[in-house]
Design a protein around this ligand. Structure first.
Ligand code: GLU
Length: 493
């Protein structure tokens, strides 16, 4: 079998969208599964959509995710954008400057497979408006198809503005075999004579993608569903050049919970936002792999290596894949559980500080205890402040949930709180010894036990009758905070 070469070919128009990361991932997994190469090419021929800094952001997000690029555009050890490989440059605007596309467009023009078009944008718009009004699919009407080449060349030489269009054959079926969707056929009569070279002299995506995939030896084009309808044009271009077309694999659309396309237009679903929310690369990657692909077993937790071993296109779904954030949390939570307490402490610290609950000077041992206390409930690092906020909030900013209020409005609760407060007076600060024995002591003193003991105390201090190890909360909060909280509850409930 020939060596598999796949590519991720983003247009850097902003931040990397989760759908783009999924495309990159499926390319990467296939490359690793087959022992092939993963390329990264930048498709920036549409200069109007160019965004400064977008390339660096994109490469950083990819690197964070653990997807490694074998060839093309990548970051070096110092985080600088660099290019590696024998088929460069791998940035299309640089390829334009090197004149790489020129001879290919000339070849098509000379062979009558492409033609110069001198129609103004106004004329094209008018034709389209008329077609729409007549209930037809708007497309270029082919006016310039019949201009003799010699005449067209003279007009070009005289500086007349022009584009170059693909001359599609009339009424021909173009068929390709998508590895996921199966056989797909389009008739050329339903297709536009695609612009290949724009008025500014830049190639369009459709032209550059074919030339580049060919020159870079791409064997499998793995990309989003939205490109299916462009594929016949690409297939025809391969035929026109006499080149072998790659295999096509169009991935199912990523849908939001309303089953609409999870699109980057409305600004959500950016990988950077998931990083900021405190998802782990292992979790996001594991989740994205399951977004459209399913393994041969019930297993759902996979490392990148395991994914690469098992991944193939025959288990990729045909239909759209719904992005379910609860599932992401569940998957990510597995990886949070696997961290050591020290690692988790380091990860949650910036989130705790940013939330304002603690500051940089907060004692490390208490933060570690907090991490250990909440580890089983944290799905992403930004959960840490949300889950533990009641340990730190001012009493007036606290909320006690309904069950908690019920538990602290009892006579038992008053006795328990008084007993707790008395014991606090005996010590300077809460240590482990105190934390682990206090409940026994107040049980003995009040004669209250079981749920009747634990619910009111936990409720008064933490705002809920449920939660993780209560003695840890005593240590984390410390004497003054608990004293204040218990007095507040005494007075206000
Ligand atoms: N540059 C295209 C994009 O931004 C890539 C399409 C392709 O993979 O052929 O999505």
């Amino acid at each position: 079998m020939e060596n598999v070469r796949v590519r991720f070919a983003p247009s850097p128009t902003g931040y990397l969208h989760i759908g783009g990361l999924r495309t990159a991932l499926f390319n990467y997994l296939y490359a690793r599964h087959t022992g092939g190469d993963m390329l990264l090419r930048i498709e920036d021929t549409d200069r109007t959509r160019f965004v400064e800094g977008a390339l660096e952001n994109l490469l950083k997000a990819l690197k964070w995710s653990g997807i490694e690029i074998d060839e093309g555009v990548m970051l070096d050890e110092n985080g600088e954008v660099t290019q590696k490989g024998d088929c460069g440059p791998y940035i299309q605007s640089e390829r334009v400057e090197e004149g790489i596309y020129d001879k290919y467009i000339d070849q098509l023009i000379e062979e009558g497979k492409a033609y110069y078009c001198f129609c103004s944008q106004e004329r094209i718009d008018k034709v389209r408006d008329q077609q729409r009004a007549d209930g037809l699919t708007p497309k270029y009407d082919g006016l310039c198809r019949s201009i003799p080449l010699e005449e067209a060349k003279k007009r070009v030489a005289a500086g007349e503005p022009h584009t170059v269009r693909l001359k599609l054959p009339v009424n021909r079926d173009i068929t390709f075999n998508d590895k996921i969707k199966g056989k797909i056929t389009f008739n050329t009569d339903d297709q536009d004579d695609q612009v290949l070279i724009k008025r500014d002299g830049f190639p369009t995506y459709h032209f550059a993608v074919v030339v580049d995939d060919h020159l870079m030896g791409i064997t499998h084009v793995v990309r989003g569903d939205e490109w299916v309808s462009s594929t016949p044009k690409h297939v025809y271009l391969y035929e026109a050049f006499g080149w072998k077309a790659p295999e096509y694999i169009h991935l199912p659309t990523v849908l939001n919970k309303d089953h609409k396309k999870y699109s980057k237009r409305n600004g959500d679903g950016m990988v950077e936002d998931f990083i900021e929310e405190g998802y782990m690369p292992e979790g996001l990657i594991n989740f994205l792999a399951l977004l459209g692909w399913s393994p041969d077993s019930e297993e759902e937790i996979f490392t990148m290596k395991q994914l690469a071993e098992q991944f193939d296109f025959d288990r990729v779904n045909k239909t759209g894949a719904v992005f379910d954030k609860r599932k992401l949390d569940w998957v990510n939570g597995h990886y949070v559980r696997d961290l050591s307490v020290d690692e988790l402490t380091e990860k949650i610290k910036p989130y705790m500080v940013k939330s304002g609950l603690i500051d940089e000077s907060y004692p490390e041992d208490k933060l570690k205890l907090l991490a250990a206390t909440w580890q089983s409930a944290i799905d992403k690092f930004s959960d840490a402040p949300e889950l533990s906020k009641n340990y730190f909030l001012a009493d007036k900013d606290m909320t006690w949930d309904e069950e908690a209020v019920e538990a602290i409005k009892t006579d038992d609760a008053k006795k328990l709180i008084d007993s707790f407060l008395n014991h606090l007076e005996e010590i300077d600060e809460i240590d482990e010894e105190f934390a682990s024995t206090i409940m026994k002591k107040i049980q003995k003193e009040t004669g209250i036990k079981g749920k009747n003991l634990w619910f009111p105390v936990r409720a008064a201090i933490t705002g809920s009758v449920h939660g993780p190890e209560l003695s840890n909360a005593f240590v984390i909060m410390g004497k003054e905070k608990i004293k204040e909280r218990l007095n507040y509850v005494k007075e206000n409930f």
